[in-house]
Design a protein. Structure first.
Length: 237
């Protein structure tokens, strides 16, 4: 797209990066622990393990990718990292964050993200949650830290992305609902246009219509057997 002048090269690269990050977050959400560790190690080696990716995972409602990144970057056991994450406002988490080599001036933003994630329900899909993102933006604004300007700019971009996704989903849901409503109306009108069949009346007085015909039994052999002498019966047996 950039080579054909359809998009600005910088804009095209950002779109490609966003799509790549979306895919990584979606894959990470479904990975068991061992595969998640391999995924994070591979992203670190390729240079795709960025602040934007980690923040995208958090505002998508998933802290597992961030936790595994701290394990990978710090070299500490997962149990200790999980303990520091539970007390993300403490000095232990700050030391872990620094040991992992993440930008120190973004520490307040990551603490705010973990706080927002802990306060509200996590979304069930792999998309950015507009609610989580807006709450995180307000939390960062309250900090009034000029060093967080790049994070806030990125979060506003996430907010626009999530709003666009929500709008597209709303339109798709409305179209599906309208389709089902149209199908129901067509079927309902078709049923109303059908003529009702005449009722089936069973006349019980007509012989053989509702009852099976009588069964006639041959009784003569039974009568002869009953009147025959006992010795002939025995011989016959």
């Amino acid at each position: 797209a950039a080579s054909r002048d359809w998009l600005n090269p910088r804009h095209a690269e950002r779109i490609a990066r966003d799509v790549r990050e979306q895919a990584i977050v979606a894959i990470a959400r479904t990975c068991p622990p061992r595969e998640l560790a391999e995924l994070v190690a591979r992203q670190r080696k390729s240079g795709a393990l960025t602040v934007a990716l980690l923040m995208r995972a958090l505002v998508s409602g998933d802290s597992a990718l961030f936790r595994q990144t701290l394990v990978e970057m710090s070299g500490l056991p997962e149990g200790r990292v999980a303990g520091f994450l539970r007390d993300f406002r403490g000095q232990g988490f700050a030391a872990l964050y620094a040991k992992a080599g993440l930008p120190g001036h973004f520490l307040p933003a990551f603490r705010a993200a973990l706080g927002v994630l802990a306060d509200g329900p996590s979304p069930r899909d792999n998309q950015i949650s507009h609610d989580l993102t807006m709450r995180l933006i307000r939390a960062c604004e309250k900090l009034a830290d000029p060093k967080l300007a790049p994070i806030q700019s990125m979060l506003w971009r996430f907010a626009c992305e999530s709003a666009r996704d929500d709008a597209q989903q709303f339109v798709a849901d409305a179209a599906i609902e309208e389709t089902f409503r149209s199908i129901w109306q067509i079927e309902h009108e078709a049923i109303e246009d059908l003529e009702a069949p005449p009722p089936v009346v069973l006349d019980n007085e007509i012989l053989g219509e509702n009852f099976a015909p009588p069964v006639e039994l041959e009784l003569e052999p039974l009568v002869e057997l009953e009147l025959a002498p006992r010795e002939k019966v025995a011989d016959a047996a």
